[in-house]
Design a protein around this ligand. Structure first.
Ligand code: DQA
Length: 162
């Protein structure tokens, strides 16, 4: 009898990491709230975590809502999920919610600070109800935990689909 065919190796997971408006100023912008790490530091930490888990990440930041929407539409065929710090857009943007839904991919919302403990206008999220989960208040660790949780979720989802 011929040996059973080997299962095709699975592609490693790929995650798009999106940073919203003003996060390019990390390190100098209200460091008492957002910490002293720069966006480059945050991206390095995310890439290190991704390497440790064995997933691919691509990091993107823009101050322009339209560029973020274009990026999401472009990334939908390349990635399995999205990790997003929507920054101020999370509190206001139906278009961002629609853009995330348009990817048809699970997403996790993260914040460096804990918006729930801040001004009332930060306590509304336009995207949280559609998110797989939300991690907030842990500084850079919000991204790292969010990435791990998203990847665990995607692995379980793959298992169910097989
Ligand atoms: C933030 C919280 C938002 O309220 C704020 O507009 C930001 C950053 C955070 O990471 O804590 O720009 O998303």
């Amino acid at each position: 009898m011929p040996p059973p065919p080997e299962a095709a190796p699975r592609q490693p997971l790929a995650v798009a990491v999106v940073h919203g408006p003003n996060l390019n100023l990390l390190g100098v912008r209200e460091p008492h709230v957002y910490g002293t790490k720069t966006l480059a530091d945050v991206n390095r930490a995310i890439e290190g975590e991704a390497a440790a888990i064995g997933v691919g990440v691509e990091c993107f930041q823009s101050n322009s809502e339209g560029s973020i929407l274009d990026y999401l539409a472009d990334a939908r065929d390349r990635v399995d999920g999205v990790l997003i710090n929507p920054a101020g857009l999370g509190h206001t943007s139906v278009a961002l919610l629609d853009g995330l839904l348009g990817t048809s991919k699970p997403f996790v919302e993260v914040h460096l600070s804990n918006p729930a403990s801040r001004e009332s206008f930060r306590q509304r999220s336009m995207i949280a109800s559609a998110a797989t989960g939300v991690v907030a208040g842990f500084g850079v660790d919000s991204y790292l935990s969010g990435l791990r949780c998203l990847c665990n979720f995607l692995v379980r989802q793959r298992g169910v689909a097989e």
